[in-house]
Design a protein around this ligand. Structure first.
Ligand code: UDP
Ligand code: MG
Length: 320
């Protein structure tokens, strides 16, 4: 059981925004309305609020956030100094509240699940994962790559909740625990299960993006996947060792065969097979060096212990 006070929980809904000027007003209206209804229903404290984190947008997202903080008592805004990525924006926004829900600005995730999350939190869960019951609105490509990635991560021993992205509720102690992970190479959905504490899942149907385009193009998705693997497991390095071991064993066997052939006087044919093997091995070695380099690069970046983000402006923090 978590250690919340018997009074109503103060909820913060954190929304990272990167060039979201097209969806911002919709998002504000929907989330603001929902927050108001939860307060009205006596589910959460009237001191609950929305926190928009502008992740260095180049459009007028921050101007809109800033205006919203002036017009609405329950809205706060943080502006990061430049684009640091969704994960860094989320961590920076892990607000000071009893419970924190993170949700994407495009509201593809069903906001009605937030009420369920809060109920689950009140029932004693520190982490409530929003899980997509269906992914009909995602492209077949996105569904397939997500499934392959999940299976790959499971094979490498990384615990993750299937079909869960970054729509979740964290209690304040789960938030504090998460912030104790000081790494710069961040993959929040891999870290949260490591935190432990009682957890639950809430299911919802994922919708289409209301407006604007995805801020996760293929290269960002691949970067996140790579971040996920290299931050959570060293299994690829072990696979390299194992592959190297197997190839060496085969090579020793091949040498013995070649020597025996030479001794019994059989002419060695097959220039093509030698060249193919050579190129193949060259490729495997480059790939292995690349993987090792990837981890080395991560170590290099981690040792610098650079800050994850810088807050340039804060708005609305004077409000209740
Ligand atoms: N986002 C961000 N920084 C980035 C990229 C995305 O803060 O560098 C935010 C974005 O504004 C949105 C959320 O992350 O609130 C998820 O992005 P999006 O909905 O475009 O991803 P998708 O649903 O296509 O995976
Ligand atoms: Mg989206």
């Amino acid at each position: 059981m978590n250690s919340q006070s018997p009074s109503l929980p103060r909820l913060a809904i954190v929304v990272p925004c990167y060039n979201e000027s097209e969806v911002f007003s919709y998002c504000l209206t929907e989330l603001g309305g929902y927050l108001g209804r939860m307060i009205g229903d006596g589910m959460i404290s009237p001191a609950s609020y929305l926190l928009f984190v502008d992740d260095g947008s180049r459009d007028d997202t921050w101007r809109q956030i800033s205006a919203a903080t002036k017009n609405h008592a329950h809205v706060r805004g943080l502006k990061l100094s430049c684009n640091k990525g969704h994960q860094a924006a989320l961590l920076t926004g892990l607000a000071n509240a009893d419970a924190i829900v993170s949700i994407d600005a495009d509201l593809q995730d069903d906001i009605n699940a937030i009420g369920e999350m809060v109920k689950s939190y009140v029932a004693g869960h520190d982490v409530v994962y929003g899980v997509r019951a269906s992914r009909q609105t995602d492209t077949a490509f996105k569904r397939m790559t997500a499934e392959v990635f999940y299976r790959l991560m499971t094979m490498m021993g990384v615990k993750q909740v299937f079909n869960h992205a970054d729509f979740r509720l964290l209690s304040s102690r789960a938030r504090d625990a998460l912030l104790e992970y000081h790494e710069r190479n961040i993959y929040i959905r891999g870290l949260v299960p490591l935190v432990g504490f009682p957890s639950a899942e809430v299911y919802y149907d994922r919708r289409e993006r209301t407006a604007g385009v995805s801020k996760y193009p293929l290269h960002k998705m691949m970067a996140l996947a790579l971040e996920g693997i290299t931050s959570m497991t060293v299994m690829p390095l072990r696979i390299i060792t194992l592959t190297g071991f197997i190839i060496s064993a085969v090579a020793i066997l091949a040498i013995v065969v070649v020597l025996i052939n030479k001794m019994i006087g059989n002419p060695i044919q097959g220039w093509a097979s030698v060249i193919v093997a050579l190129f193949f091995m060259g490729g495997v070695q480059m790939l292995c060096l690349g993987i090792i380099g990837e981890y080395l690069g991560k170590i290099y970046l981690e040792t610098k212990r650079r800050p994850r983000s810088h807050i340039e402006e804060k708005e609305g923090f004077g409000s209740p």
